[in-house]
Design a binder for this molecule. Structure first.
Ligand code: SAM
Length: 330
């Protein structure tokens, strides 16, 4: 499996792992992790203090019922490629990630980005998620479309199955805000990035997400009729299952927190990452179609952050109010 390209360790005791026919065995604590339908199941709960209720099980149950994002409209790899290239982020990542890179997508959901990135020859992509149902959809698509560069595994991001400094890229988009300690989650996955490697984090924005709050209130009072206020639901190129998934993900998710450019930039600084770029750009500049994701840009002032975040809120909180920052490990 692709995990061989990166150092995999036991998520319980960090011991060495050995492959068996349908399981992976820890040589230190002797725990046996099953492999079913090609997906190694490394999920292990984290130990939270008694006063901090763990939401991981609640989130797992939510995504087992509502895998996100839904694959239904895709017939195959070409359709996924076309769709992904319409997304600015996926296209730029595909164009700018170097040949030979090892990539970990944490909280990959149904693995659309991991599968898309793994279609390009010479990449090692691992999609990891807590939700087995999402991973089964991801793996089915990967197998049916013979995507050789990607593998999937089940993992709790607070209990990684990789040694520190294993990856050139760690991508974690739309995930940490669904955990009960986003900063601890960030610190845990940031350690997996090699020196000189990159991390990409997408979080709900404290201000842009207000637009979703507003829509939620409207949905509640109006039922189906006013769902059309949401750009994703209005989009006629999306099928019903996908719109339903988007609606549930946005409006019925049991756990979410909200963050700001300034906060995420402090996380970067404290953990040895230099700020590279963001979507939207946090200095208020226009995002160019050939924007360089991995070259240093000014981090912006508090006032510039305020203006950009306020502008995004007034624009209706695009992509559910998610903002993205990319950092380079020094
Ligand atoms: C909103 S979805 C994002 C999926 C994908 N990253 C995307 O942008 O489309 C959030 C994902 O985070 C996963 N997740 C939440 N908590 C997790 C944890 N503790 N460990 C691993 N994955 C987790 C969920 O199972 C879910 O698939």
């Amino acid at each position: 499996m692709t995990t061989e390209a990166c150092a995999a360790v036991c998520p319980i005791c960090q011991g060495q792992l050995a492959s068996e026919i349908s399981a992976i065995l820890c040589e230190k604590c002797h725990h046996r992790f099953p492999i079913e339908d090609g997906i190694p199941q490394f999920f292990w709960m984290s130990d939270w203090p008694a006063d901090k209720p763990d939401v991981t099980k609640v989130m797992q149950a939510f995504y087992e019922k509502t895998p996100f994002p839904n694959y239904d409209e895709f017939d195959g790899s070409e359709a996924l490629r076309l769709k992904a290239r319409k997304s600015v982020l996926a296209r730029l990542l595909d164009e700018q990630i170097k040949y030979g890179s090892t990539i970990l997508e944490v909280g990959c959901g149904t693995g659309q980005l991991s599968n898309f990135l793994g279609m390009t020859w010479g990449r090692n992509v691992i999609g990891a998620d807590a939700c087995l149902h999402s991973l089964q959809l991801a793996e089915k698509f990967r197998r049916e479309n013979e995507i050789k560069g990607t593998r999937f595994l089940q993992m709790n991001l607070f209990r990684p199955v990789f040694a520190p400094e294993s990856f050139d890229f760690v991508i974690c988009n739309g995930v940490l805000h669904h955990t009960n300690d986003p900063y601890l989650g960030f610190q845990t996955i940031a350690k997996l990035v090699k020196r000189g490697g990159y991390i990409l984090i997408g979080l709900y924005n404290r201000y842009s997400r207000l637009a979703t709050d507003f829509r939620r209130v409207w949905f509640k009072f109006s039922g189906d009729r006013i769902k059309s206020l949401d750009a994703q639901i209005r989009d006629h190129s999306q099928n019903t299952a996908r719109k339903q998934g988007w609606f549930q993900q946005q409006c019925t998710n049991p756990q979410e927190s909200r963050h700001t450019f300034g906060e995420l930039q402090v996380w970067f600084q404290k953990n040895g990452f230099a700020f590279m770029n963001s979507i939207p750009k946090c200095q208020g500049e226009e995002f160019a179609p050939d924007e360089k994701l991995f070259t240093p840009h000014l981090p912006g002032t508090g006032f510039q952050h305020f203006l950009v975040q306020a502008g995004e809120t007034l624009a209706g909180g695009r992509d559910g109010g998610v903002f993205i920052c990319i950092g380079k490990r020094s």
